[in-house]
Design a protein around this ligand. Sequence first.
Ligand SMILES: Nc1ncnc2c1ncn2[C@@H]1O[C@H](COP(=O)(O)OP(=O)(O)OP(=O)(O)O)[C@@H](O)[C@H]1O
Length: 375
Amino acid sequence: MASISGPENPSPNIYIPPEWSDAADAVAQASVASPPPIVLVCGAKNCGKSTFSRYLLNILLHRYKKVGYLDTDVGQPEFSPPGFLSLTVVDEVTPDLTIPHLKTAERCLFFGDVSSKRNPTTYLNCICALYDYYRKEYCNSDNSNNIGLPLVVNTPGWVKGIGYDILVDMLKYISPTHVVKINISAQSKNLPDGRFWLDEDYDGMVNLTEISSARQDSLNRSVLVQKDARLLRDIRLMAYFRQCFSSNLNISTIKELANALASHPPYEVPISSIKIRHLHCQVPGTEIFYSLNGSIVGLAVSTEGSKDLPWCVGLGIVRSIDTLKGLLYVITPVPQGTLENVDLLLQGFIQIPTSLLQVQGSRSPYMSANVLSSS
Ligand SMILES: Nc1ncnc2c1ncn2[C@@H]1O[C@H](COP(=O)(O)OP(=O)(O)OP(=O)(O)O)[C@@H](O)[C@H]1O
């Protein structure tokens, strides 16, 4: 199977079939007339939504100086570490279509879990808040920021049961101008045919394009590359915290990163100056510091965004807590200037990758060596 390389697809391993490039061109060409397109990409797990969205971003960047990217795939976000939902404004072509790259989001919310399963309502509220921000900032003619920003919305591959209901609610709220649905050959795993999210009597305009996953065998069956989602998430978290150090420093192995993080001077945060919020469970008051110690937290600014969904500026590792001095010690790559506004720590279910804690030759706190596995 030939791969197509060009400015929109600088990655030789990625095959862009004519159907995919036609779908992306149709969106970009439609955009000559205002308003700019809002494109939602959906389909079953692993069908290629992220790859197509990256490609579409590149195509749109030939027509527009900037393109918005609303990432609703909380388990494997494109530009942020796992657990975040974000709106990113992209102004340069994605150099490699095979892997996601970290980028600072324009606005992000820390959902604190890798799936919407446990809390679909909060998940949807986060997406609506980010979309409202986009509309207010970029689609409002009274706003000087209104530069006619097209928007690409990438969605998760959970398209059955509650996952389907969430997707339908998302589609109804966003009401995109274009929907690109990617189908695979196993029909039962696909989303329903046609405009499945619209009521029968809907008579508005929406462009729906159905395309097939890119790789197929000689019998036209989809060849899906299974990803190790947990491993990818750990890699993303490690890449995120690698940003604590200059790129000139030689930190290329997990061991080097673990040692560098262990010896990195943390920020001292007075406990009295911050609030702590648990996102998906209740923790008794006496256990709060135990649960926080050695965990990953979202760093939020309580006065920005809404009370329930404050904007977040990044992640931190709570390295240790000194209750006598009333100090938390936090490691984060977030620049100090931004950090000064942080007054709320959000704790969810995002944890330090175990591979970072199980480095040969060193003993991490909170890791026991002499235990029997229960499974
Ligand atoms: N056009 C393509 N050419 C080559 N490989 C592809 C192509 N599309 C997808 N893949 C590969 O298939 C795998 C899944 O692709 P991708 O991550 O884009 O799917 P997805 O639908 O976003 O997945 P998820 O449902 O987990 O979010 C990746 O390893 C990706 O590199």
